[in-house]
Write a protein that binds this ligand. Structure first.
Ligand SMILES: *[C@@H]1O[C@H](CO)[C@@H](O)[C@H](O)[C@H]1NC(C)=O
Ligand SMILES: *[C@@H]1O[C@H](CO)[C@@H](O)[C@H](O)[C@H]1NC(C)=O
Length: 187
């Protein structure tokens, strides 16, 4: 049987990360590296809290289409935003807390590559901001900003202070940025 390179790659990463990782329902607010244990259940370690005081201020108006005008990333082709549905979470937990906490933690980790098959995540209340590393991958704060702007202008579900999950899939770089409620299946 002959595999196309694309199918082969997805087979490799598929086996590394299975189809999805089910996030722990709730964890104390903070940064975590999450992976799947031999039993298929998630395991996690806390990532030291970032001490970053020079975080640039960003316009992160939720769902703003003008946010897309600030797009600065030459994302590789085949990058796409996706609205997977699933449980909604508090908009404030995400935009007032998880967005920033993830940004700071991502920034503080610099060029550090998170291992293949892991999720770099930040829990704040019931919102989880995350990056899936389908191969060893660094987190980029600038990518995070642009990814959320793009996703949130596509996944626009909002109601009574709650918002729908979404992600930006970047197959060209074997990574994904997204946000979801604790307990969701991601990556
Ligand atoms: C964070 O950095 C500041 C400035 O270097 C320092 O004064 C403070 O003690 C640090 N806080 C922690 C928790 O490391
Ligand atoms: C965790 O973060 C959420 C969102 O900011 C906040 O409402 C909650 O009080 C925090 N929990 C603790 C124990 O600090």
């Amino acid at each position: 049987m002959k595999f196309s390179p694309v199918l082969l790659i997805s087979a490799i990463f598929g086996s590394a990360l299975a189809d999805s990782i089910t996030l722990p329902e709730s964890l104390p607010n903070g940064s975590y590296l999450i992976s799947v244990g031999a039993d298929g259940k998630p395991t996690w370690t806390e990532v030291a809290t970032a001490n970053v005081t020079d975080t640039p201020k960003r316009d992160i108006t939720p769902g703003s289409t003008s946010a897309r005008l600030g797009k600065r990333f030459p994302w590789p082709s085949q990058t796409y935003p996706y609205c997977p549905g699933g449980d909604w979470f508090l908009l404030s937990d995400f935009y007032d807390h998880a967005w920033n906490a993830f940004y700071d933690s991502c920034y503080a980790n610099g060029n550090h590559k998170f291992p293949q098959g892991t999720v770099f995540a930040n829990y704040q209340g019931n919102a989880v901001a995350y990056m899936c590393a389908y191969s060893a991958n660094p987190c980029s704060a600038d990518e995070w900003v642009d990814a959320v702007n793009w996703v949130s202008s596509n996944c626009v579900g909002r109601s009574d202070g709650w918002m729908e999950p979404g992600y930006l899939h970047v197959p060209g770089w074997n990574k994904r940025y997204g946000y979801a409620k604790g307990g969701s299946s991601i990556c």
